[in-house]
Design a protein around this ligand. Structure first.
Ligand code: 13P
Length: 252
């Protein structure tokens, strides 16, 4: 079953207008002829300008979060339809930084994924265990429980991408070994098959995130159940982001 690999950059809370536009410009110039889909999720303040740089290129733009409501009295928040209005195709939901910084529960993440769908976008639903959970041997049960709680009924391969991001690997330089990551990805796919069906599980993309960089991308992306990357630090350098895209196996 072929799944088109997705290489997605999450710029997090980084970038002012001039550097964001310059970075998008250098990515856009060399984004052609990649063997994967490309996505950049800049801070909301840069979406319009970055989106203009990526217009008519193979690079899609996405949001990093959205509110569960479509509009209303929610000072400082951004709705999914506002992101769709700026041509976003995806919204990251449930990133561990939002779960930690904003107390987002699985229930909230699930509501945000539904909000993304309602506005016509796909949700990139993030799950991942902490270091303590890994050391206690609880990785697979934590991931199963986050997937069960965060992925809404009605998920399809089109409206949903899962991102496995071990919390201990984010921004630390520590990466899951390709074998360890593959084991978790295979577990997530088996859970999807049980809850939905084999076809949905076989078609749904599961990305790896956590210190992915040019030097480790090829080994991670060679794993049968790793269908791309959600990249933080290395996505802020055009050369590294594009090198990761170039690491996608030719037969992917
Ligand atoms: P790093 O690539 O900086 O570890 O961040 C991963 C991440 O959190 C992407 O969402």
């Amino acid at each position: 079953m072929s799944r088109r690999v997705l290489i997605a950059g999450n710029w997090k809370m980084n970038g002012l207008l001039s550097d964001g536009v310059a970075l998008a410009h250098s990515i856009a110039e060399r984004a052609w002829d990649k063997n994967c889909s490309l996505l950049v999720c800049p801070p909301a303040t840069l979406l319009m300008a970055v989106g203009e740089e990526f217009a008519d290129t193979p690079v899609a733009v996405g949001g990093q979060d959205c509110h569960v409501a479509e509009n209303g009295a929610h000072t400082g928040d951004i709705s999914a339809s506002m992101l769709a209005d700026l041509h976003c195709r995806y919204i990251i939901t449930g990133h561990s930084e939002r779960r930690a910084d904003h107390g987002e529960t699985d229930e909230i993440v699930q509501a945000k994924a539904k909000a993304a769908w309602a506005a016509g976008m796909a949700a990139i639903i993030c799950v991942g265990e902490t270091e303590a959970e890994r050391e206690a041997g609880d990785t697979l049960s934590v991931i199963s429980s986050q997937c069960a709680g965060s992925i809404p009924d009605g998920a399809t391969a089109k409206n949903t991408v899962i991102a496995y991001e071990p919390v201990w690997a984010i921004g630390t330089g520590k990466t899951a070994t390709p074998d360890d990551a593959q084991a978790v990805h295979a577990h997530i796919r088996a859970d999807l098959a049980k809850r939905f069906d084999d076809d949905m599980a076989a078609r749904t993309r599961i990305l790896y995130g956590g210190s992915m960089k040019p030097s480790n991308a090829a080994d991670l992306l060679a794993q049968p159940d790793i269908d791309g990357g959600l990249i933080g630090g290395a996505s802020m350098k055009a050369e590294d982001f594009l090198a990761i895209a170039d690491a996608v196996p030719q037969d992917a």
